[in-house]
Design a protein around this ligand. Structure first.
Ligand SMILES: Cc1ncc(COP(=O)(O)O)c(C=O)c1O
Length: 380
């Protein structure tokens, strides 16, 4: 909760009283922190009235949804929805901690990863401490940066579509260096060695926020919980929205030192989490074969689409996850609109790459429809 102590902390970091007032009144009113929702990018991803039969490959969702074990668990617990069962989140916390080789106090469960992403920026950025991220990258944190008067510094990806960790570390006033690995929208990996280098060489007083939303889907997942265990200045974000297919059920986690988690906690309203989401998350973690199975299923469909793109001489970014970018050679917005006329909804534009579109890997059937529609729209 927001306390006078937090107000002092904000003011000492040079955040204006007005910004503090905005955050305080939002939390007092019980609303979620709306920075992401206010952004044009989020509006572009939100399609509420898609026609029947529309192919929805615009928001990096997982069409498989929750696994059977997760569905069984949430059905079984739904009848207890009248209770505040705080222990359900604790079960997920313990399971995750066990799987990651971390103490439970280094794991905090949230309703998805968006809230802690924003909270990390609020806690560690200010007019004197910038948010540093990739371009193209997942922009959600920049909304929170704006609220605390922080600059967002955008660093182009390298030629191999990795985060340019050297250029990121060179931003001397960095408060939070944000790496999405694999990156959204490109689906490309920043090597583990680069992440380790960045942790060792980032500017003093900065924090690495490592968003591993899509890591499980990559065929060779490389996690970094060991950096948390080693006590580094790192906040790792995890979500159950992607490989586990639970975007609408809401579960996510932070892996970090307890003192860092405490700093984020000041922006949380209360500790109650949806028990359906918790039951489904816990059940999913117990299915040991699930991640590899789903990674393969998504990967097979992705590679099939890549083979088609190659055949059609269309350039694409070699993603290892469930979204990829295609260079259409035409203005992105025109292609998106033309695809919608074919009842295929693809992702939003990234201004830095004005002729690329981002596409989510859907089911095989959906991707066949995508091929037909894109072939027609681009006359290939
Ligand atoms: C990189 C990245 N981080 C975080 C999120 C937020 O996901 P959620 O709040 O559903 O966990 C998304 C959603 O698409 C994302 O792409």
């Amino acid at each position: 909760m927001l306390t006078p102590h937090l107000e002092n902390d904000f003011l000492a970091r040079g955040v204006s009283r007005r910004s503090f007032g905005k955050i305080a009144s939002l939390l007092a009113a019980g609303s979620s922190l709306p920075f992401y929702n206010e952004m044009a990018m989020a509006q572009a991803s939100r399609i509420n009235n898609a026609p029947a039969g529309a192919v929805m490959i615009n928001a990096n969702e997982n069409p498989m949804g929750p696994c059977k074990e997760a569905l069984d668990a949430l059905h079984a617990i739904a009848g207890l929805g009248g209770r505040y069962l705080f222990g359900e989140a604790e079960k997920v916390q313990n399971l995750l901690a066990d799987g990651e080789g971390l103490k439970p106090d280094h794991v905090r469960i949230y309703p998805g990863s968006s809230a802690p992403l924003h909270q990390t920026v609020l806690a560690f950025c200010s007019p004197a401490k910038s948010l540093v991220m990739a371009d193209p990258g997942y922009e959600a944190g920049s909304g929170a940066a704006e609220v605390v008067g922080a600059r967002t510094v955008r660093i182009p990806l390298t030629k191999t579509y990795a985060h340019d960790v050297k250029a990121m570390a060179a931003v001397k006033d960095a408060g939070v260096i944000y790496i999405t690995n694999p990156n959204n929208p490109t689906g490309t990996v920043t090597p583990k060695a680069d992440i380790e280098w960045l942790v060792a060489n980032k500017p003093a007083g900065s924090l690495l926020m490592l968003d591993e939303a899509y890591m499980h889907i990559s065929p060779n997942p490389q996690f970094n919980s060991a950096l948390v265990a080693a006590g580094q200045d790192i906040v790792i974000l995890r979500t159950f929205s992607k490989v586990y297919g639970m975007a609408g059920l809401r579960a996510g986690a932070v892996l970090a030192r307890p003192d860092l988690i405490e700093k984020l906690d000041r922006f949380s309203q209360n500790g109650m989490l949806p028990i359906t989401g918790m039951a489904a998350a816990g059940a999913s973690l117990k299915v040991k074969s699930l991640v590899a199975e789903r990674s393969k299923m998504i990967g097979d469909i992705r590679e099939d689409v890549f083979a088609w793109l190659k055949k059609k001489n269309l350039r694409y970014v070699p993603s290892v996850t469930n979204c990829f970018m295609v260079d259409t050679g035409k203005p992105t917005k025109e292609v998106i609109a033309a695809m919608q006329k074919e009842n295929v909804f693809i992702g939003r534009p990234w201004p830095v790459w004005p002729t690329h579109v981002r596409v989510t890997v859907g089911t095989r059937e959906e991707m066949e429809k995508f091929k037909v529609a894109l072939g027609k729209v681009l006359s290939v």
